[in-house]
Ligand binder design. Structure first.
Ligand code: NAP
Length: 308
């Protein structure tokens, strides 16, 4: 079995940027892109904040362009999910079902998945009023009433962002205390467009082909009520896709991959992490692409060091 120079796990902004850079460095990268290639941008509609596309671009179209550029320089792809890794010795081993690969280095770019409530209509109306990304979809809700579910930094940031477009933003939180940092709490509580529904959970999302409202239950009184709205933004946290690696690599307490400061190096030499899987602060397409580039450059230096 040949030993690859670098295997990139994941195929969204970070993974594909790492592929473009490592391919141009003649490292002949191999990307295991997963069955759900393209990451979170595949769930969004128009991307208006990716530099270079002043007219905006659809998320899946942007990912197709990234992939095309990576292919152009010779990147090889496997459309399967990684099922297991063995980072206990070098070369590292990566498994995709029955297939086994050996590699001198790895770039992990597996991203995160947004948490959902698990309601049937949540999935059915995803992209039809239900969203997990205010930055991506907020502008479609000009002068509309929207709700945000959650009480953490993401929920409040998303809610505040949505006040730029929506006529009213109602935050639904399951407790009567917010988890978000004080400064953002104060900002949100002061914002005239924001309303708060405390001690409440979303029981159902209403609407046939588009969201028309939600059913809310007050967890203290058990009272159920309906609220009209056109958008429902889920901001109940993200889960980084790190389970596969957790027995080998150091993770933060919140399960995100730990990387050295200003670097994509992980706790094992030769393994790098880029994009949302190691970033719980910015989480933007452009920052993910930036860290994919960093990972490629650091990986190239690491591979050079093996020969010196
Ligand atoms: P988070 O801090 O884990 O907050 C998730 C929120 O969703 C909590 O308020 C939680 O309620 C609520 N929630 C979770 N599951 C729920 C459910 N099933 N039903 C209803 N509500 C539910 O997640 P996050 O806001 O995405 O932030 C993740 C990390 O990134 C945090 O460390 C955060 O500080 C950081 N972050 C930082 C910034 C920034 O610094 N600018 C921005 C965004 C995120 P409870 O409060 O009751 O648990």
């Amino acid at each position: 079995m040949t030993t690859e120079n670098v295997i990139i796990i994941g195929s969204a902004c970070a993974g594909l940027t790492a592929a473009i850079y490592t391919a141009r460095a003649n490292l002949n990268p191999f990307v295991i892109e997963g069955y759900q290639a393209g990451g979170q941008l595949m769930l969004t509609t128009e991307v208006e904040n990716y530099p270079g596309f002043p007219q905006g671009i659809l998320g899946p179209e942007l990912m197709a362009l990234f992939r095309k550029q990576a292919e152009k320089f010779g990147t090889r792809f496997l459309t399967e999910d990684v099922t297991r890794v063995d980072f206990s010795k070098k070369p590292f081993l990566i498994f995709a079902q029955e297939k086994e690969f050996k590699t001198h280095s790895v770039i992990i770019a597996t991203g995160t998945k947004p948490n959902l409530l698990g309601l049937k209509n949540e999935n059915r109306l995803m992209g039809k009023g239900v969203s997990t990304c205010a930055t991506c979809d907020g502008a479609f809700f000009k002068e509309s009433k929207v709700v945000v579910c959650g009480g953490g930094d993401s929920a409040l940031e998303e809610a505040l962002f949505l006040t730029r477009f929506a006529s009213e933003v109602t935050l639904i939180h399951r407790r009567d205390k917010l988890r978000a940092s004080k400064i953002i709490q104060e900002r949100a509580l002061k914002n005239k467009k924001m309303k708060f529904v405390w001690n409440s959970v979303i029981e159902d999302i209403l609407g046939e082909n588009a969201v028309t409202g939600i059913k809310i239950k007050n967890v203290k009184t058990q009272k159920v009520s309906e609220l009209e709205c056109e958008g429902v933004f889920m901001a109940i946290g993200h889960t980084p896709n790190t389970e596969l690696f957790s027995s080998y690599l150091k993770l933060h307490e919140n399960k995100y991959m730990e990387t050295h400061p200003n670097s994509t190096k992980t706790s094992i030499d030769g393994i790098f992490a880029a994009g949302d899987v190691q970033d719980f602060v910015f989480r933007q397409a452009i920052t993910a692409a930036g860290s994919g580039c960093m990972a490629a450059i650091e990986c190239e230096k690491y591979l050079e060091s093996l020969h010196s």
